[in-house]
Design a protein around this ligand. Sequence first.
Ligand code: F0G
Length: 423
Amino acid sequence: MTHLEITQDEPAEATDGVWLTCIECGEHFPPFEGIRYTCDECGGLLEVRYADLPTFEDFGDDESAFHGGVWRYSDALPFDEGVSLPEGNTPLHDVPRLEDEIGVERLRVKHEGMNPTGSFKDRGMTVGVRVAQEIGVDRLACASTGNTSAALSAYGSRAGLEVLVLLPAGKVAAGKIAQASLHGARILEVDGNFDRCLDIVKDLADRGEAYLLNSLNPFRLEGQKTIALEIMEQFRAEEGQFPDRIVLPVGNAGNTAALYKAFRELETTGAIDENQIPKITGVQAAGSAPLVEAIEEGWDHIERWDDVETKATAIRIGNPVNAPKALPGVRETGGTAVAVSDEEITDAQRSLAEEGVGVEPASAASIAGLRTLRAEGVVGDDEQVVCLTTGHLLKDPDAAAEAGTDPEPVPADTDDVLEHLRS
Ligand code: F0G
């Protein structure tokens, strides 16, 4: 596994043992001086590096207020604390009926919808906003399919900073817009899809108009890395081993990249062996599946899809900007990527709901993808699997209502209600 190496030789550019490295050309940059999201030399994606990386034993004995959830892992983050609501520490549900039906040895669901604004984005924002404070910026911005904007609005607002969000008009679920609105963001509805929104917000950031907090920002991924650390610790504590596979929905591929980075770091410190790294398995909606295409075709890059469509609007993305980090993550861990239909996503959403786990459509893609891969025999019946559900059911009330049962109007009278129930 060539990509797993993380060098810890501290370059002159480091501040307190933290620096940025280009994943393409290896150039180093200072972490908080000047604002850059990609490499000055070659335009490659940047990654945060540390002179000292922790092992599992280093986490968690600190009793301070900041050391629950994400900040419990501060030894693996650029700061010890940040604007916290607090985030992380999400449940790892049992789903016995799904486990039986799909037919794997063990299936657990890590429900990231239980974060403060209802999605995993909170983990990235608590770190991203802390870095913005360090750099000293006034205005934060993101393009979003909804959840990033909700998280940025809450954390930015809490930090007393101005927030600007660009959303694809008509393609963002109601709960997410309501959140961005009430948390006080300035919301621009763009006549174009998410990828166009991101193009524009990148231009604004390059022109110095705002600090970009999409997952192109390497510090966001540091916060999201803690999902992997939490899964590894929880799963081992409760199941006596690490999971064989983690299945997750893919949009911009930031989370995929973040998981992979966490595993590379754990392997670098010797906290886990190479063969203990879970297989990273990405799921996309069939109507927006450029990463699946790249994996199936064996490409080392993705080809942008200009026309994308899916009911799972959170992952309605045709140009996953983190693909250069995510593709090696899927490949080097022995994982794969699979596309699922909107119908399969809705079925999976219902199945999770039957187990009491309420998720938005994009999140259910992980279960739908596992179902497909198990049916194809790609996933074995002896595997211990964690599916990541990334956002809460209430994020997209319209999709939930459509997938669920309809309310039945009845007269305001007990006998009439009984008669209705018997009919
Ligand atoms: N699941 C949900 C619920 C999401 O909101 C997203 C991304 C993903 C999965 C995919 O994660 O981009 O790291 O591959 N939502 C972004 C947003 C794009 O703007 O909220 P990814």
